[in-house]
Design a protein around this ligand. Structure first.
Ligand code: NAD
Length: 503
């Protein structure tokens, strides 16, 4: 016997598909497919990667919108649908994002590198594989109170739609990590990605949305503007549907978000200093400095950007760096590299122009920097270093290149003071190599950073070689710290008076 409702659904889907391929909107809205039952089988096979484009597919946008206001409205609808599917729906979305980012890590790492032309393929892949460790709904345990007057529960509720801005330095990883955190907390999200890294972000969003629609029947849970502009940023900030902003980037976007007139969680810039004292395991310190500063060609906001070393062990640290494969530049080579690595834009600084990092060199390979410095370094060199003064541009600016300046300091207090000055009050990340607890404590107090790592590379601060979970958005100026699902929640208190305490 014919089932008329199935036929109608089938016909509508076929018509939509045809219209979609012709690039026309469908005449009637598609009925909401019921979420298919979860199979007991392993996670879904990864779908083929869609080409980056804002064109609809099968009548659906797959989250990609040229108009920011439309993107916000679509995300608001998605939020309602996600809410209707409860914690199980959120958990399934997270599983989809983790499975797909892992399955596509090699391909997406390459695509992101091809688009941005910054960083290293091996680490781009590793960053995507590392998303598995981002916490999910399990981290949203409610707080309870129980007493003579009954019971009270504090729950972590969603905001609704979150507007998120992502950086060029880790585009797909930041998008994916934000999605896991924000959806775990029950939200939908609209992204304005970096103009130099949005194609890969939109591609990943399409792939995620396609799978989310297929499995849960929710469209546009991860909305993204293509192409992103300052206007689309402003439209997202101004949208009544967007209840919270999360920006990840440098000082400009942090300032813009803080002026947006709604709450903003800001993951801002850093310039992480390292201090090495005479109680440190010097070989370990050198190894950790190379690991962190060379990671993705020093694109990480937490990456070691300058090293202060106690005079008495400076020679040993320099030998250890050399021995472990970091190549030394002499002062003439450092001068040459500095002239290439910084520009002095006209019209800024009133006669004393402020240096800006030359974007052409951000995230480039050590071999290229060495060539610019006029140095010959062995093939495979991951990091360059050289001795400078504390006021050198490479010390003071967040340069994001695989070159670290090494500065001798006469005492630990002088080193802490120099590190504090170089960190510029960003309160982001600092690192010490020491076995003297007083030195650790003094530096922690003086720098007051969000991450403070002792005897490890910066990566340990995000659970890679240290305890704790990772995130690609570390909220520094606004104080939320390493973001997690809880960061994106509203705390709501539910009080039962004089009842339901069961003993
Ligand atoms: P960026 O500031 O150039 O761009 C970041 C994002 O902000 C992009 O999407 C960009 O389009 C947008 N943006 C920039 N200025 C804006 C403005 N005035 N109005 C609206 N949007 C604006 O940074 P980037 O080069 O992509 O990334 C590197 C910077 O981000 C570094 O300073 C790094 O320390 C920081 N970062 C911080 C974290 C963290 O977790 N704290 C993580 C990654 C990167």
């Amino acid at each position: 016997m014919n089932n008329p409702s199935i036929n109608e659904t089938l016909i509508r889907e076929v018509v939509e598909d045809v219209l979609g391929r012709l690039g026309k909107p469908s005449a009637a809205p598609a009925p909401q497919p019921a979420p298919p039952p979860r199979s007991s089988a392993a996670p879904p096979a990864p779908p083929a990667v869609s080409r980056p484009s804002a064109a609809p597919s099968g009548g659906r946008r797959l989250g990609v919108f040229s108009d920011a206001t439309e993107a916000c409205s679509a995300a608001a609808e998605a939020f309602e649908k996600l809410s209707a599917q409860g914690m199980a729906g959120r958990a399934r979305v997270i599983e989809i994002v983790k499975t797909l980012s892992s399955a596509h890590a090699a391909e997406w790492g390459r695509i992101e590198l091809e688009e941005t032309k910054i960083g290293r393929l091996d680490h781009k892949i590793e960053k995507l594989l590392g998303l598995k460790a981002v916490p999910g709904i399990e981290s949203l345990c409610p707080d309870g109170f129980s007493g003579d007057h009954g019971i009270t529960l504090e729950e972590f509720a969603p905001f609704g739609v979150i507007g998120a801005i992502t950086p060029s330095t880790h585009s797909i990883p930041t998008l994916s990590c934000n999605v896991i955190n924000m959806v775990a907390a029950g939200n939908a999200v609209v992204f304005n990605a970096h103009p130099g890294a949005y194609r890969c972000a939109a591609m990943a969003a399409r792939v995620y949305n396609e799978a989310i629609f297929r499995e849960l029947g929710i469209e546009n849970l991860i909305a993204i503007v293509d192409p992103p502009t300052l206007e689309s940023f402003k439209a997202i900030c101004a949208s009544d549907q967007v209840r919270l902003l999360c920006v990840t980037g440098g000082p400009g976007v942090v300032k813009a978000a803080m002026q947006a007139g709604k709450r903003a969680i800001c993951a801002g810039p850093g310039n992480p200093p390292v201090l090495v004292d005479d109680t440190a395991d010097i070989d370990r310190a050198a190894r950790c400095i190379i690991q962190g500063a060379a990671y993705d060609n020093n694109l990480l906001c937490i990456g070691e950007k300058e090293v202060f070393v106690l005079e008495s062990v400076a020679g040993r640290l320099m030998e250890a760096l050399q021995r472990q494969g970091a190549a030394r530049l002499d002062s003439a080579q450092i001068d040459r590299l500095t002239r290439e690595a910084f520009v002095f834009p006209a019209g800024q600084g009133a006669g004393c122009p402020h240096a800006t990092v030359n974007k052409e060199l951000i995230g480039k390979d050590a071999a290229l920097l060495a060539r610019m410095a006029g140095a010959n370094v062995p093939a495979g060199t991951e990091l360059l270093w050289g001795e400078t003064g504390a006021d050198h541009l490479f010390v003071q600016e967040e340069q994001m290149m695989p070159f670290v300046p090494v500065v001798r300091v006469p005492t630990v207090s002088a080193g802490i003071e120099a590190a504090r000055a170089a960190e510029h009050g960003y309160r982001h990340t600092a690192i010490i190599h020491s076995h003297n607890v007083s030195h650790m404590t003094a530096m922690a107090k003086a720098l007051n950073t969000t991450l403070f790592i002792k005897n490890g590379s910066c990566l340990a601060g995000l659970g890679n070689g240290g305890e704790g979970y990772p995130s690609f958005s570390i909220a520094t100026p606004t104080g939320e710290g390493v973001t997690s699902p809880k960061t994106f929640t509203r705390v709501r208190r539910c009080v039962m008076v004089d009842n339901l305490r069961i003993f």
